[in-house]
Design a protein around this ligand. Structure first.
Ligand code: DGT
Ligand code: ZN
Ligand code: CA
Ligand code: CA
Length: 614
């Protein structure tokens, strides 16, 4: 992946394994500052003050550094646009998880009015007037009022403005239905879980799990679902509503609450009794399709299944009305004659039939990965030196790591040409030699992420590529070509015998850019023929290939490489997203080349080149 404009396009990902304490991400802090700005604007505060909060929010979000670290060093005021006042606000947020000033404002201005202001064509002034003069405090009320023509009585509002507002609400509703990338949603869920674990005694919180699509590692998320076992549900609910990222409580029941987070994401928490845990966790993990299939299977055996357990229908061996409860999911699946099914497989794609025959695939696990084959250094747009990246890879238990910087000419800073690659080679060889002398079992590989140019030729000549251990070829330019053109372009690269791996084949960026129009089926077929390895790019904004195409690739006979495309050591912690995508694609260790020891893996890459030549 390329960071075209790091500050605006690529948010800093909260590390995959956050510290065990609940920490706010930079994005949480940015969202909170934006909320503050919006409320101030509705109150008609000084425009510059509002702008100050907004621009501080933008810098915080694009920072690329952890706020806690900056705060510890006393350097919050070094963030562009952050003066003493806002630095103090940020410090308070980091230390207490709350901003007293914002809490005060929230008591003054209903959050529904802030949402009204975010409806296209509304803005702060109109929202404030409709609230103050008509007492409208939510988008739902606004919609009802516009539909029943109650706005036109107000000075400056007519039939036309009612129409415009209704159009705006329709747009706003469509936007709210957009799904959130897993890479944003998962850390948000983990943060809430960490907060609850931290703030509730173990006796109170007996069990706690993330359920829903996040547990299944689906690439985009509608809402978060969290499930707990506790004898004091009220206490759990109260703590939940206090979690630092929560800005609004949408429903507060005794065993179920729903809240909205600063990011706009919504989260359900349910507390269930211990004996219902197995069935509840199974039910709320989904997917709906999996649950429907499981319920049918249960019915065939004379049981009706719901989120509490099984009830005999009288059509099986047990008398009607008899109930069965399960402490664990395993016990429930087992009772129905099934192997336990990993959440990543629960999409209703044939997993239940296989589980009944005991034939589920032996899914890939993260600990089996021996190295990565696509990552960057300061030689192109990476943030760290080759040595720093190598040390990070070693620290994660890898045996090898391929230095694959961008080829020159992409309009980014850096990028390597033939000369650069030679100098890189010297740097890499010196490091490898040192490790050899020290008896360290780790090797840096010489590689490149070479651009597939608009006409399908590569960004560097064949004789230069021939010297490298790993050639990843990918597309970052002319992405709007028509289907035939971009497919042929990619096929030409795949057929080049020097190309070992096809990087992020679809080019999509979740939530910001659709895939190119490429004919992936044809591309994958060709990769299978030429022995070109296909990448699962693990970066949560890419997940490319996705689960569906990765499964198809292996069906067609392709081998897969899973890479984080790391631009910094922290990026390497995103690997679980790639592994989960592979698991959702039913992949085993056998399908993934970077589970192999170095020599085997290199032999596989070489055999691909020779199969080209046949
Ligand atoms: P999402 O939130 O759209 O990313 O996807 P999920 O899978 O998290 O769906 P959600 O939050 O609506 O519901 C959580 C789980 O609860 C879902 O995966 C399965 C279960 N569930 C919800 N509604 C139904 C339903 O109508 N029928 C069945 N069988 N299960 C349901
Ligand atoms: Zn890359
Ligand atoms: Ca959900
Ligand atoms: Ca839900």
């Amino acid at each position: 992946m390329i960071y075209y404009a790091r500050v605006h396009l690529v948010p800093t990902y909260p590390q995959f394994c956050p510290n065990p304490v609940s920490r706010l991400t930079n994005k949480d802090v940015a969202d909170t500052l934006r909320l503050l700005a919006d409320i101030l604007e509705i109150k008609g505060e000084n425009r510059f003050r509002v702008l100050a909060f907004r621009s501080a929010a933008d810098s915080v979000e694009g920072l690329g550094q952890d706020l806690y670290t900056l705060h510890a060093a006393g350097s919050l005021t070094e963030i562009p646009g952050v003066g003493k006042g806002i630095a103090a606000d940020i410090a308070q947020l980091l230390e207490t998880g709350e901003l007293a000033y914002l809490e005060e404002l929230k008591r003054e201005v209903p959050l529904g009015v802030v949402e009204m202001m975010r409806v296209p064509d509304m803005g702060p002034k109109k929202a404030a007037r409709l609230w103050q003069e008509l007492g409208i405090t939510s988008v739902a009320e606004l919609k009802a009022a516009a539909e029943s023509q109650k706005l036109r009585g107000l000075k400056g509002f007519g039939a036309k403005s009612e129409e415009r507002i209704l159009k705006g609400i329709a747009l706003w509703e469509a936007r709210r239905e957009e799904r959130t990338p897993l890479g944003v949603a998962r850390p948000a869920a983990e943060q809430i879980v960490a907060f609850l674990r931290e703030h509730l005694a173990a006796e109170v919180l007996q069990k706690l799990e993330i359920a829903g699509s996040v547990r299944r590692w689906k690439e985009t998320i509608g809402d978060l679902d969290i499930l707990a076992v506790s004898e004091s549900a009220e206490e759990v609910m109260a703590a939940f509503r206090q979690a630092p990222s929560v800005v609004d409580v949408l429903a507060a029941g005794s065993t179920k609450s729903r809240v909205r987070l600063a990011s706009g994401l919504e989260c359900d928490l349910r507390v269930v009794a211990p004996r219902h845990w197995g069935a509840a966790l199974q039910y709320f993990t989904g997917s709906k399709e999996h649950n429907v299939a499981l319920r049918e299977l249960a019915l065939k055996q004379g049981w009706s299944l719901n989120e509490y357990g099984l009830t005999a229908t009288g059509r099986g061996s047990a008398p009607e009305g008899v109930q069965r409860f399960f402490d664990t999911e395993e016990a429930l699946y087992d009772f129905l004659g099934l192997e336990w099914i990993p959440p990543e497989l629960r999409e209703g794609r044939g997993e239940i039939d296989l589980a009944r025959r005991g034939g589920l695939p032996q899914l890939l696990t993260a600990d089996l990965l021996q190295g990565e084959l696509h990552g960057h250094s300061t030689w192109s747009d990476g943030q760290n030196s080759i040595e720093e990246m190598a040390e990070a890879a070693r620290a994660r238990g890898y045996r090898y790591w391929a230095v694959c910087d961008h080829s020159v000419g992409l309009g980014i800073t850096g990028g390597v040409d033939a000369d650069g690659l030679r100098k890189q080679a010297a740097e890499i060889e010196a490091l490898n030699q040192r490790w050899r002398q020290e008896g360290v079992d780790f090797r840096l590989l010489r590689g490149i992420e070479v651009e597939i140019l608009a006409d399908g030729t590569l960004g560097l000549p064949d004789d230069v590529l021939a010297e490298l251990d790993v050639v990843v070829a990918s597309i970052h330019s002319s992405q709007r070509q028509d289907r035939e053109t971009i497919t042929e372009r990619c096929l030409r690269a795949v057929r080049n015998p020097h190309v070992d791996i096809l990087g992020h084949p679809s080019g999509r960026l979740l939530g910001r850019r659709p895939p190119t129009d490429i004919d992936l089926e044809r591309v994958l077929q060709t990769c299978a023929e030429t022995g070109t390895v296909v990448e699962i790019n693990a970066h949560p904004y890419r997940l490319d290939l996705n689960d569906i195409y990765a499964r198809r690739a292996v069906e067609l006979g392709c081998k897969i490489a899973i890479n984080t495309d790391a631009h910094s050591p922290a990026d390497m912690d995103l690997m679980p997203y790639g592994v989960a995508t592979a698991r959702r694609a039913w992949l085993t260790a056998e399908d993934v080349i970077n589970t192999r020891p170095l020599e085997d893996m290199l032999a596989l890459l070489k055999s691909s080149s020779s199969s080209h030549r046949r």
